[in-house]
Ligand binder design. Structure first.
Ligand code: P1T
Length: 396
């Protein structure tokens, strides 16, 4: 912010694409380097005690991290951003806003690691965590309690791609002490900006679309409330789950191309969803871009595209899904998502193994695709190969 103001250029007044490339990323004032340098240093010199250029020790702040925070805050249209060592480190930091006795409403469909952190770690400190279908506003209304502190939304959800009406939930939370936190990882700020729809905080796993190249793990929180920032910043510095400068730099480089990548991810995923819908081996396709998806209209209203994640169930149960997942060549069988390369995974035994036996349990025949930006012909051909590998006996 300081550098922007000094130069008098308000990047926030520019388009998303321009902000992705320039916000927080002015040429380096010391050298003129066009790209923000990787400030690979743990500490910063002081001219006299307390006299310095704004940086003291790199757990507290690092200029490469500052640039990333400013860039993502500008993209999410928030006042501030805080970067973390992972998406879950960001979630853990937000949990420092909770007190014993507080209640958290968590989407019944959410990343398995988020559920695990809330239910198996945070809940140990006297916090009640309840899984609710947040795409059902009546269910949200009924579940809100005076002690509810967070309504924790993912939309689209992981892995069933349910769509939550952010403005609808925000209206319910408005007259309530709870904060609305939206995990915007699946949509990215290019397609959806929850703060403009009434959310209090936005969270990202920058490991995914923001980084965009499957080469970095990171997290980020964006918000507007200064007091919340001060509390989080204090706990971030006190607990220390901060990202290193190289990781921040990789995320920043990814963000520059976010807009063009998301267009291609969305177009390829739409084609994949339509293709899968026509296949006999496929039982059901989950993609908000399909007109018969229950959340299609809300998604069309609150998103400017439907993103690159597609889930589907296969006839033939676990065996069919395992056979298909093992047969792809373009799609790598791997956890994670949001990179330029296509990934396939089996949520029940991979990303969502920790929700087994809970309300969020996923079907054994569910597969999840992170549709990359390769040629769509190659992607479809690979899915044909995967479906051909499903044993006929399994389908019957
Ligand atoms: O992996 P990490 O950077 O800590 O982010 C956690 C996280 C948070 N929110 C959502 C919606 C996520 O999908 C994730 C991580 N998800 C996977 C690794 C996955 O394959 O679904």
């Amino acid at each position: 912010m300081e550098r922007e103001r000094e130069r008098g250029h308000d990047w926030r007044a520019t388009s998303f694409e321009t902000r992705a490339i320039h916000a927080g990323q002015e040429p380096d004032p010391a050298t003129g380097a066009v790209i923000v340098p990787i400030y690979q240093t743990s500490t910063f010199v002081q001219e006299a005690v307390g006299v310095h250029k704004g940086y003291e020790y790199a757990r507290t702040d690092n200029p490469t991290r500052s640039a990333l925070q400013e860039a993502v805050a500008a993209l999410e249209e928030g006042a501030w951003g805080l970067a973390y060592a992972s998406g879950l480190a960001a979630t853990q930091n937000l949990a420092y806003l909770l007190e014993p006795g507080d209640h958290v409403l968590l989407s019944d469909d959410a990343y398995g690691g988020t559920y695990r952190l809330f239910a198996k770690v945070i809940a140990r400190y006297g916090i009640t965590v309840e899984q609710v279908d947040l795409s059902d506003l009546d269910a949200v209304r009924a579940a809100l309690r005076p002690e509810t502190k967070f309504v924790w939304v993912e939309t689209p959800t992981n892995p069933y791609l349910k769509v939550v009406d952010i403005a609808g939930v925000a209206a319910l939370v408005q007259d309530h002490p709870a904060m609305l936190v939206v995990d915007n990882t699946f949509a990215s700020p290019y397609l959806q900006r929850p703060l403009t729809l009434g959310a209090d905080l936005v969270l990202h796993s920058t490991t995914k679309y923001l980084g965009g190249h499957s080469d970095v793990v990171g997290g980020l929180v964006v918000g507007n409330d200064r007091a919340v920032y001060e509390t989080l910043k204090f706990h971030q510095n006190a607990a220390g789950a901060v990202p290193g400068p190289l990781d921040c730099w990789l995320a920043l480089r990814g963000i520059k191309t976010l807009a063009v990548r998301m267009e291609r991810h969305s177009a390829n995923a739409q084609a994949v969803a339509e293709f899968l819908g026509e296949q006999d081996a496929v039982e059901r396709v989950y993609y908000p871009g399909l007109p018969d998806h229950p959340g299609h209209e809300i998604a069309a209203r609150q998103m400017s595209g439907f993103s690159g994640m597609v889930s589907f169930t296969l006839r033939g149960g676990y065996e069919a899904a395992a056979a298909a997942a093992a047969a792809t060549r373009v799609f790598a069988l791997a956890e994670s998502l949001g990179g330029v390369e296509s990934l396939i995974e089996h949520p029940g035994v991979m990303t969502h193994a920790s929700v087994a036996g809970t309300k969020g349990e996923v079907a054994p025949n569910l597969l999840r695709l992170s549709v990359g930006i390769e040629g769509i012909g190659d992607i479809i051909e690979d899915l044909e190969r995967a479906l051909a590998a499903v044993p006929v006996a399994a389908i019957r």
